[in-house]
Ligand binder design. Structure first.
Ligand SMILES: *[C@@H]1O[C@H](CO)[C@@H](O)[C@H](O)[C@H]1NC(C)=O
Ligand SMILES: *[C@@H]1O[C@H](CO)[C@@H](O)[C@H](O)[C@H]1NC(C)=O
Ligand SMILES: *[C@@H]1O[C@H](CO)[C@@H](O)[C@H](O)[C@H]1NC(C)=O
Length: 313
């Protein structure tokens, strides 16, 4: 890089950071699931709680939340919520234990798919990821809009893994329906899976058959603690859409058309049938036919792929 280029880069970074301090970010939370979800928010240490830490979102609805540029924290979706016998609010997945719709400083009980953000971090960049390190409960997509700098790639886990979850990780409700898929760390507490103790370094903690189950299905999501290289994304001054149960086919098509420079695809095409097994994503008009074909193909492939997924574990 020549000097002129460098200084203009610095100048634009400088203006970007000026700009990003005055304008809050907006997070548009979208529910494309066929069922109601209850998003929850938890601010990181040293970050004030947001005005809302939890609310209800009916299928097809969205809500935009204003987020200070200095915010870091996580958000997730809770499912199958209601009042327990003592009148406390409770969810079968992602519950934050507050007894109310607002999480008020409590985090998600694993397993839960998490979207993690550090806004305006090092170099004025937002750092964001979708993490399955605490397990999985819902498909989720994070799309950066209007940002500059960084890779600004879409990330997430587009597939519904509750049905395909390995038996020993599976969380189901009484009628047998899957509501979550635990991480191996959570399920077995083994330092090897948790990257703790003797396994507390990136060199010592390697992907396991379990973490690879998640990574193969959702290549851009964090599958274990040291999965940073392919799972952390950056953007500056962006707004974000966080979409629950995005339709995998359309999302892949729309976002795959952008040259976003990410190393890995958003969806592993050889596993896209997984979601249609437990159709959760809403369909957009115009792709019905594609989905219909996918679904027809999926029934033939389902059994085969089920075994392919389960046997190596
Ligand atoms: C939070 O709410 C308070 C009062 O209702 C308001 O003054 C403040 O601007 C809000 N903050 C954000 C980030 O929306
Ligand atoms: C897609 O899934 C297959 C089958 O599990 C796996 O072998 C392959 O590595 C995956 N691709 C990516 C990009 O993760
Ligand atoms: C995105 O950009 C950041 C630096 O800005 C880099 O550390 C990270 O590895 C990139 N992510 C991917 C998946 O390429």
């Amino acid at each position: 890089m020549d000097r002129l280029h460098l200084s203009s880069t610095f100048l634009s970074l400088f203006f970007l950071s000026l700009f990003s301090e005055v304008n809050p970010a907006s997070f548009k939370i979208v529910n494309k699931c066929r069922h109601t979800i209850w998003p929850g928010f938890l601010s990181g240490a040293n970050t004030a709680q947001l005005n809302t830490t939890g609310f209800v979102l009916k299928p097809g609805n969205s809500r935009t939340v204003t987020i200070p540029r200095s915010w870091s924290g996580r958000l997730w979706g809770r499912t199958l919520c209601g009042l327990d016998s003592s009148g406390k609010f409770f969810c079968l997945s992602g519950d934050c234990g507050s007894g109310q719709i607002e999480c008020s400083g409590s985090g998600a009980k694993p397993p839960a798919t998490l979207a993690e953000f550090t806004l305006n971090g090092a170099g004025g960049l937002d750092f964001y990821d979708v993490s399955l390190v605490d397990g999985y409960n819902l498909p989720m997509l994070v799309v950066a809009k209007g940002g500059k700098g960084g890779n600004c790639s879409a990330t997430g886990c587009l597939l519904d893994l509750n049905g395909a979850c390995p038996t020993e990780l599976r969380v189901a409700r009484q009628d047998g329906g899957g509501v979550g898929c635990r991480s191996a760390c959570e399920a077995f507490g083994d330092p090897q899976y948790c990257c703790s103790g003797a396994y507390g370094t990136p060199d010592a903690c390697r992907p396991s058959a379990y973490s690879l189950f998640f990574k193969h299905a959702c290549p851009r999501a964090y599958s274990y603690a040291y999965d940073d290289g392919t799972s952390t994304y950056t953007c500056a001054g962006a707004d974000y859409a966080i979409i629950f149960c995005p339709p995998p086919y359309t999302s892949q098509k729309v976002l795959g058309a952008r040259k976003d420079g990410a190393l890995l695809p958003l969806v592993n095409k050889s596993m896209i049938y997984l979601s249609s097994l437990h159709a959760n994503g809403a369909s957009l008009s115009g792709v019905l036919q594609v989905q219909f074909i996918a679904r027809a193909a999926s029934s033939a492939m389902a059994l085969f792929l089920f075994w392919q997924l389960i046997l190596p574990l």
